[in-house]
Ligand binder design. Structure first.
Ligand code: ADP
Ligand code: MG
Length: 262
């Protein structure tokens, strides 16, 4: 099992009050899954992601990632796991705005010696359909293109898992579909993806949905695994856009976009 959490609690202390952000979470994620974590604001989604991503430790409970007991590790060990085993994607992309895409993607490889960092970054950008935009700065790219660069940056270290907290939260619906298609394509290639969303249609594109309320998992089961092109708000428009942008679609993307009605 890639991720195993047992009775994980997270309690934040705010002066005299205590916020029980996670109140006993049990969760297992196997390699190759595509999981959406859903739930209302304040239900503990980000807290769970932060613990999963080794940005934070549980107050109590057990968390093992690839067999390693994370809760007992010191900060240096946590930082090493984050750098080597986790790829993060954020709602706000978090790219360096005046640094070309290629150098943004090379950043996580800073401490890797004896490897061809440029070639690895180029390969990651090609995987997300950004081979022809490597020298562009994020300020010269659309939101969807910036998120693709951010996904390349998350992929470049070949992490065990990609964690994405509201990755489509700053994107319009058409671009959201394209990013969900990208995650689906990567997942088909074997990349494990855990994403947080409050958008039901985004969640429906995953293979499994975990629903949270008040710091607990309330349901956990298979998702409809809806195709991103089936999301509402102008499916035809999105098919046309996907075709027009053929070069932006990663190779090996799934077929439904290629057969178009009129
Ligand atoms: P979600 O991502 O589902 O909106 P969060 O995990 O961000 O929820 O928050 C869960 C609860 O924990 C909320 O009540 C929030 O106010 C609280 N919380 C989150 N982060 C902190 C923090 N750093 N300090 C104190 N309370 C926090
Ligand atoms: Mg959140």
């Amino acid at each position: 099992m890639l991720i195993e959490m047992q009775d994980v609690h997270k309690i934040y202390r705010m002066g005299k009050t205590r916020v029980h952000a996670l109140a006993g979470v049990d969760l297992q994620v196997a390699a190759g899954e595509m999981l959406a974590i859903m739930g209302p604001s304040g239900s503990g989604k980000s807290t769970l992601m932060n613990i999963m991503g080794c940005l934070d430790r549980p107050t109590r409970g057990a968390y093992t990632l690839e067999g390693e007991a994370v809760a007992e590790l010191d900060n240096n060990a946590l930082a090493r796991i984050r750098g080597e085993r986790i790829g993060f994607v954020f709602q706000t992309f978090n790219l360096l705005p005046r640094t070309p895409a290629l150098q943004n993607v090379m950043l996580p490889l800073m401490y890797q010696h004896g490897r061809d960092r440029r070639r690895l970054a180029e390969e990651a950008l090609a995987r997300v359909g950004m081979a022809d935009r490597m020298d562009h700065r994020p300020s010269e790219l659309s939101g969807g293109q910036q998120q693709r660069v951010a996904v390349a940056r998350a992929l470049v270290t070949e992490p065990a898992i990609i964690l994405a907290d509201e990755p489509t939260g700053n994107l319009d619906s058409r671009t959201s579909r394209e990013i969900m298609q990208l995650f689906r394509d990567l997942n088909d290639e074997g990349v494990t993806v855990v994403l947080v969303t409050h958008d039901q249609e985004i969640g429906d594109c995953a293979k499994r949905i975990v629903r949270m309320r008040d710091g607990r998992i309330v349901t956990d089961g298979p998702a409809p695994h809806m195709h991103p092109q089936e999301m509402s708000a102008g499916a035809e428009e999105s098919v046309a856009a996907a075709e027009a942008k053929g070069s932006l679609t990663p190779s090996g993307s799934s077929p439904p976009t290629s057969s178009v009605s009129s």
